[in-house]
Design a protein. Structure first.
Length: 131
């Protein structure tokens, strides 16, 4: 079975693959302790804007090991439009503003839309969530 996908072929390891995008946002908190903990707590609460939305697959928050103030929020969706719809939900902007209170200021929103092009390993929870 191929482990490399270009344009997401129809199967991998006998499982059906659906198209998906990942929205990756970077954030740097003011410190690695109090503000980082607050950011994590707010991130958990942020699920209210995604969990019941059509097209939402999952969300993962990761933290740098070398720079403990660096976080990457990865949101998996069926398409970019599904993510953008979430950002229009009532209360979304106000909630992000509360999170920004714990982050270092920056001039632009460091967000990127990416496609999955390779997924290997014995377990594939994302694929399982799609099926």
């Amino acid at each position: 079975c191929p482990s490399r996908w270009h344009n997401l072929p129809p199967t991998i390891y006998s499982r059906t693959i659906h198209r998906m995008v990942i929205v990756i946002s970077h954030a740097w908190t003011i410190d690695a302790e109090e503000h980082a903990d607050a950011y994590i707590n707010f991130s958990e609460g942020f699920a209210q804007f995604f969990d019941d939305h059509p097209g939402f697959i999952r969300r993962v928050l990761v933290r740098g090991q070398e720079d403990r103030t660096h976080f990457m929020n990865m949101r998996f969706f069926d398409k970019v439009d599904s993510y953008l719809e979430c950002t229009q939900r009532e209360g979304y902007v106000a909630y992000t503003e509360k999170m920004y209170e714990h982050m270092k200021p920056y001039e632009s929103y460091p967000r990127e839309f990416v496609d999955v092009v390779l997924d290997t390993g014995p377990s594939n929870d994302v694929v399982d969530a799609l099926n």
